[in-house]
Write a protein that binds this ligand. Structure first.
Ligand code: FAD
Length: 719
């Protein structure tokens, strides 16, 4: 309401200005004609005239009316260079700030809500460097004054910053115009004030803050090297520490572009994903899934189907799967690709030197132009009393189990906890999943968590949310977890506990402390994945912000290219379209925004939902459950995010990921032939649901009449 009143008021004032043709008083000719009269008034009442002029200037600029240039000339003509510049400088800055505030009050929320997800980078840039950009715009008087005020109001720049930068930035231009005003009689036109030479000087002046900023950044970047001595030449272009998903791809890319690259791995090639993460977990889930399906055999017309699990053999198969995938990540393969692979522990000695201690204790010192840290993460083990004494499983030692725990407590309701809780429950353990937050899979929308929880409970998993593990103890020879819930304590007896409450970056023991890179939760990097040492980069779990194999390898391309070609070209890591999947049953797959995230970021959205119980293939497979939820901007088919919960959700997600990545909307998905009957058809049906909700109702009403008319009816009546 307040916005509407202000809008009407401003519109009325601007309309009155044009309706009454007040602009005729703000022309060069009018100014010249009235100069003697104004000078007379000023002589008679200097304070009144100066005050009136000041106020008028503020009003003209605050309302973004044309005429600020003539007003500035008038300032010079009336008050002379010194006082004229003083008055105009303050009046124009105050007026500009008022215009800025009006634009912010009236439009910013709307703009941010409507275009917020696209403006992310601009908003970030403005928050960080807004003052520099504004200063450049202000110094170059070719950028329209009023437009800068209005546009800046829509960005997150602070009002105080806007004011002082405007005042400083406009000073040079103000001086030129006020000075021209002092010679009013000789002035032929407004355009003549700014000669090409003067404009070029302003442009140079405008570029100066940006150049200065770059220079400061360059000097700061160089400063971190103080105290380290840089070798004259390097043996290698790149040394990569860690041969997991991030390190392997980094080394691969470096070798592909013919750089001399060394990859150091202290443990097993392939890192977590191959040895203790994605691969073994998915192999175990496969066995668990088969068992779950066998249990459902009667639903599919099989009177009896029994399965006897050999847990040890199932775990051996997991290892066989790892061994089968192993050659993809092996030292031999990478050597064949041109990478020097060294088995040993790397330690960064200086920004250009890495020491490797091999398994036999031999030390080797490598000098390198750049370093990529890809040292990964490890399970976080919370300091819960009794946990160490009682012994626990994590994703690292779990794979050594050869006996199925009868009663398993899984601490943690994130993706890893959920995948493993369900797998063990299906294998036959009695699983209790303990999560301190109000729901499992907290990063997804509540309805996603609800659906997975419902399935978990139906499969016999005890899902305990809002339960905080307090201490572990042994009572009468039995292991017990005491969990706090609703102000009371709950006793949970168990045989084994799996800790899956998150992962922490590997930051210690290999030189990061000495370089000052181990101070945070992760190795901090900028948008180019460089640490504060411009030649040291980091990728994957050790830096985040995502902890997936595909994000580690995605980052690897940027780190490798930026490290090898810095000084020539650098690329900002692009995180716009990141898909991920939690391999529970039903699977949970997501790309882009969830509904909760859209709300939290104030982004306007519409939800289109397609329930998979309607999909022919899902019905035929006996898996008719779950949904697809697509977020789009209101009235548009552009995909902001898609969440799929159901069987094969991870595979179904690929179409939405491709569409988002390449800017294809739901109309394009709808216009694509999908084979029948497949799970992939669900994407088309979701697009169809969006289309139906946006059918042009007026056109359809006209068509209805048209068809009625063709049947021989009356064109003016429907039906
Ligand atoms: C149970 C589980 C299931 C998962 N499932 C999935 C999934 O389905 N999909 C998915 O995308 N992600 C999954 N992940 C996550 C995925 O495994 C990680 O995101 C990925 O492995 C990160 O790769 P990275 O290269 O950053 O680190 P890592 O793979 O951890 O590699 C780091 C390597 O660096 C080595 N290293 C460390 N320090 C040194 C040193 N000083 N010198 C030499 N070598 C060193 C380590 O030995 C290690 O091999 C899962 C993780 C777990 C635990």
């Amino acid at each position: 309401m307040k916005r509407l009143v202000l809008l009407i008021l401003i519109a009325a004032l601007v309309a009155a200005f044009f309706a009454l043709d007040l602009g005729r008083f703000l022309t060069l000719d009018a100014l010249k004609a009235g100069q003697a009269t104004f000078a007379g008034w000023y002589d008679a009442s200097p304070w009144l005239v100066a005050g009136g002029y000041f106020l008028l200037y503020v009003v003209v600029t605050a309302l973004s009316l044309p005429g600020a240039a003539v007003m500035t000339l008038a300032g010079g003509a009336l008050f002379g260079l010194g006082i004229g510049t003083l008055i105009v400088s303050f009046a124009s800055s105050i007026g500009a700030t008022l215009a800025f505030l009006v634009a912010r009050f009236l439009l910013r929320d709307w703009v941010q809500q409507r275009y917020g997800e696209r403006l992310g980078a601009i908003n970030q840039g403005m928050e960080k460097d807004g003052a520099f950009y504004l200063l450049t715009l202000r110094l170059v008087p070719v950028f329209p004054f009023f437009l800068i005020n209005l546009l800046m109001g829509l960005t997150p720049i602070r009002t105080g910053t806007f004011y002082w930068v405007s005042q400083v930035g406009m000073l040079a231009g103000t001086l030129v115009y006020v000075n021209a005003g002092t010679q009013l009689a000789r002035l032929e036109s407004l355009a003549g004030i700014l000669s090409p030479g003067l404009l070029a000087s302003f442009a140079l002046l405008g570029v100066f803050p940006l150049l200065a900023k770059r220079l400061v950044a360059w000097v700061q970047a160089r400063k971190v090297y103080a105290g380290w001595s840089r070798p004259k030449r390097f043996d290698r272009n790149l040394v990569v520490i860690g041969a997991g998903s991030g390190g392997l791809v980094t080394a691969y890319i470096a070798a592909a572009v013919k750089a001399k690259v060394t990859l150091i791995e202290k443990h097993r090639m392939g890192g977590d994903c191959l040895n203790t993460g994605c691969v073994p977990s998915k192999a175990l889930i496969r066995t668990a899934k088969l068992l779950a399906q066998i249990r459902r055999a009667p639903e599919l017309g099989i009177r009896s189907a029994d399965a006897e699990l050999d847990f040890a053999e199932a775990m051996e198969r997991v290892q066989r799967v790892v061994s089968t995938v192993e050659p993809h990540d092996s030292a031999e393969r990478y050597r064949g690709l041109g990478v020097e692979v060294i088995q040993g522990t790397g330690r960064i000695l200086s920004p250009w030197e890495v020491e490797v201690s091999g398994a036999d204790g031999a030390l080797q010192r490598l000098s390198t132009h750049s370093i990529v840290i890809a040292a990964g993460a490890r399970p976080f083990v919370p300091p819960i009393p009794g946990l160490d004494e009682i012994g626990y499983l994590t994703s690292e030692n779990l794979w050594d189990l050869r006996e199925l725990p009868r009663r398993l407590v899984v601490l943690g309701g994130g993706p890893i906890g959920c995948e493993l809780a369900q797998a063990f429950a299906r294998l036959g353990s009695r699983v209790t999943q303990v999560e301190q937050l109000p729901r499992i899979l907290i990063r997804e929308d509540p309805e996603v968590s609800a659906l997975v929880t419902e399935r978990f409970r139906a499969e016999g998993i005890e899902v305990l949310t809002e339960h905080k593990a307090k201490r572990f103890l042994v009572e009468g020879g039995e292991k017990v977890l005491i969990a706090e819930h609703g102000g009371g304590d709950r006793r949970i007896p168990f045989d084994a506990v799996l800790v899956a409450v998150g992962r922490v970056a590997n930051l210690t023991g290999y030189g990061l402390e000495e370089l000052g890179l181990a101070g945070g939760r992760v190795v901090e990097t900028n948008e180019f994945l460089a640490t504060r040492y411009p030649n040291i980069y980091a990728v994957g779990d050790v830096t985040g912000p995502y902890q997936f194999t595909h994000t580690a390898s995605h980052q690897a391309w940027y780190a490798a290219v930026n490290a090898l070609f810095s000084g020539l070209r650098r690329f900002k890591a692009d995180y716009r379209v990141i898909p991920w999947v939690t391999f529970t049953s039903p699977e949970v797959a997501r790309v882009g925004l969830s509904e909760e995230e859209a709300k939290a970021r104030g982004i306007a959205y519409e939800v289109t939902r397609y329930d998979l119980d309607d999909l022919d293939r899902a019905i035929a497979d006996g898996d008719a459950h779950g949904f697809i939820k697509v977020l789009t901007p209101p009235g548009k088919d552009r995909i902001l995010g898609a969440t799929i919960v159901g069987e094969h959700a991870g595979e179904q997600l690929a179409e939405f990921t491709l569409a988002m990545r390449h800017g294809l909307g739901l109309n394009k998905i709808l216009a694509t032939i999908h084979p029948y009957p497949t799970w992939s058809e669900a994407a088309k049906y979701a697009a169809g649901a969006w289309k139906r909700a946006h059918a042009p109702q007026t056109l359809l009403a006209i068509l209805e009449r048209f068809h009625a008319w063709r049947r021989g009816g009356d064109m003016s009546k429907p039906g």
